[in-house]
Design a protein around this ligand. Structure first.
Ligand code: NI
Length: 169
């Protein structure tokens, strides 16, 4: 049975760690992916990076379908921006920054490579929401957060608010 994991909340310093490449494609990797999916669905998220649940390996889960019945798992995902990209604006949220939504611009054309849970390699040029979502999640693996795209004034305001909420609990 998949279990729910605790999601780290900004400004937790563990969210700034850079994740290591996955080299072992074993049962424990499958279990972690399943636990992350359960955690993401429970929190009504559309994506979750292992960093957010304090596992510092390059693993991302995602489900951008309306019906929440299309789980995707990306191991060691990486992308390069294609030459003819445009900036695509999308209002993003993050399970590690509750209550904060912001319009972020990201390239709309990327070539994505990743591995599945068996270690098999895949390559695709995704479109639409998946493109921005995977960039957001790969940022997590590199210790980068949505708040890094906004002014330091706004970032401090979010930090203070979340620290206050955290103390109240
Ligand atoms: Ni996020």
């Amino acid at each position: 049975m998949a279990k729910k994991l605790k999601i780290l909340i900004f400004p937790d310093p563990r969210l700034r760690k850079v994740a290591n490449k996955v080299v072992k494609f074993d049962k424990s990797l499958q279990n972690l992916a399943n636990d992350m999916l359960a955690t993401m669905y429970d929190a009504n998220g559309i994506g979750l990076a292992a960093t957010q649940v304090d596992y510092h390996i390059r693993l991302v889960v995602m489900d951008i379908s309306e019906e929440k019945n299309d789980p995707k798992i990306f191991v060691n995902p990486a992308y390069k921006v294609l030459d003819d990209y445009k900036l695509f604006e999308f209002e993003e949220g993050c399970l590690s920054i509750p209550g904060f939504n912001e319009i972020i611009s990201r390239p709309d054309k990327i070539e994505l490579i990743w591995q599945d849970l068996s270690g098999k390699e895949h390559k695709d040029c995704p479109e639409g929401l998946l493109t921005v979502c995977i960039q957001h999640e790969i940022d997590h693996l590199d210790g980068k957060l949505m708040v890094d795209y906004v002014s330091s004034l706004k970032r401090d305001r979010v930090r203070k608010k979340l620290l206050k909420d955290f103390k109240r609990k």
